[in-house]
Design a protein around this ligand. Structure first.
Ligand code: PEP
Ligand code: MN
Length: 370
């Protein structure tokens, strides 16, 4: 059961005290508080865990600090949608809004290799009004002899260059809890020139201990990749680990499923599940067309398969696009064959705009018809 308090309820107020004392005396029930800090208001939700079937819902609803009581299903308690309740969706970070209606492009390097390439990428983004990027410092590689990423060593110049080129948010994968501290320390040492969205890669979707660590910090939002070989429900349960530990600022990323049926693509594109995710959860939905398609194949119509996959996701309401670019793909240390060229950035962004316009028109039509 979920108890939602009136917006901006002060934890020191008598209303809160009375409400809390009643709830904490319920037998066999443990309480877990979850605070959502929005730009304008603070929302407090209290989760009642245990056997809630016989609890006096009406009495709880009449407690002084309580706005609403919602019965929720067992799964995805925090990140899920329940009873179509209009609970807050999304979050703000570094002045940007991330929710199920917004769209942000995170074009950038799969892996940081040289400061020159980082600078070329970020300058190109700034010239096109883009304020987000992706920059891999810690790379989880299938083969131990492959380049593992520059790690901590590249963080100072990546963050400084981001500040220089007006980049506000960098999606960056972490594969170990120590990486969170390294990122936080380097941000501080460089004067907090930018923000970071911690990325959980598909190989770590069910690394529950890593998820708990990432969930325990509240500074950075999280980009959570779907596991490439598990069910959607298993991935959603894994994402919920972040939220139960206290961080519900999570974006769920579709990145294709591993199966030989995907050939000639690297993974089977799964972007048709965007509406499923929006229906089941309150998370914004990201697509990663680069790691889904994994090649630079071009259709006879002149568009790369990566553009087609991106457009399919955007037309279906994607809220974020994570996409690989590289100034010199043949020199890229990771995933060069799927990287888009700097000369393709303009066309890519325009193609995204066309698809977005189509999505906006489609939803307007649906509202009109309803
Ligand atoms: C990545 O985005 O760099 C990456 C490794 O993706 P995934 O975890 O989806 O394979
Ligand atoms: Mn990659």
């Amino acid at each position: 059961m979920l108890v939602i308090l009136y917006p901006n309820t002060d934890a020191q107020s008598p209303e809160f005290a009375e409400t809390w004392s009643y709830l904490s005396e319920l037998e066999g029930i443990t309480l877990r508080t979850h605070v959502i800090q929005g730009e304008e208001q603070q929302l407090t939700e209290i989760y009642l865990l245990g056997n809630t079937k016989t609890l006096p819902t009406e009495q709880i609803a009449s407690l002084p600090a309580v706005e609403r009581v919602i019965r929720i299903s067992e799964s995805f308690r925090i990140l899920g949608r329940h009873d179509d309740s209009p609970r807050a969706v999304g979050f703000d970070y570094k002045g940007l809004r991330f929710d199920q209606d917004t769209l942000h492009v995170f074009a950038g390097l799969c892996a940081v290799d040289t400061p020159e390439h980082v600078a070329i990428m970020m300058r190109a983004l700034q010239e096109r009004g883009q304020v987000c990027t992706r920059m891999g410092a810690y790379k989880p590689r299938t083969n131990p002899y492959s380049f593992q990423g520059h790690g901590k060593a590249c963080l100072p110049y990546v963050f400084e260059l981001a500040g220089k080129y007006g980049i506000r948010v960098i999606a960056m994968e972490v594969t170990h809890e120590s990486h969170i501290d390294e990122i936080a320390e380097t941000l501080e040492a460089t004067g907090n020139p930018t923000g970071v969205m911690l990325q959980i890669g598909t190989r770590n979707t069910q690394n529950f201990e890593l998820l708990k660590h990432v969930g325990r910090q509240h500074e950075f939002p999280v980009l959570f990749k779907r596991g490439f070989g598990i069910t959607l429900s298993e991935s959603l349960n894994a994402a919920e680990y972040l939220a139960t530990e206290g961080n519900a600022n999570v974006i769920f990323c579709l990145r294709g499923m591993k199966t030989s049926f995907s050939a000639p693509h690297r993974n089977l594109v799964d972007f048709s599940q965007i509406p499923v995710l929006k229906r089941l959860t309150r998370m914004p939905v990201c697509i990663d067309p680069s790691h889904s398609v994994g090649t630079r194949h071009r259709a006879p119509d002149g568009l790369l398969d990566i553009y087609h996959a991106t457009a399919q996701g955007v037309v279906a309401g994607a809220n974020m696009i994570l996409v690989d670019f590289h100034p010199a793909p043949d020199k890229a240390l990771v995933d060069g064959p799927q990287a888009l060229l700097m000369s393709e950035l303009d066309g890519f962004l325009q193609d995204v705009e066309i698809a977005r316009e189509a999505y906006v028109r489609r939803t307007a039509l649906a509202h009109h018809m309803a």
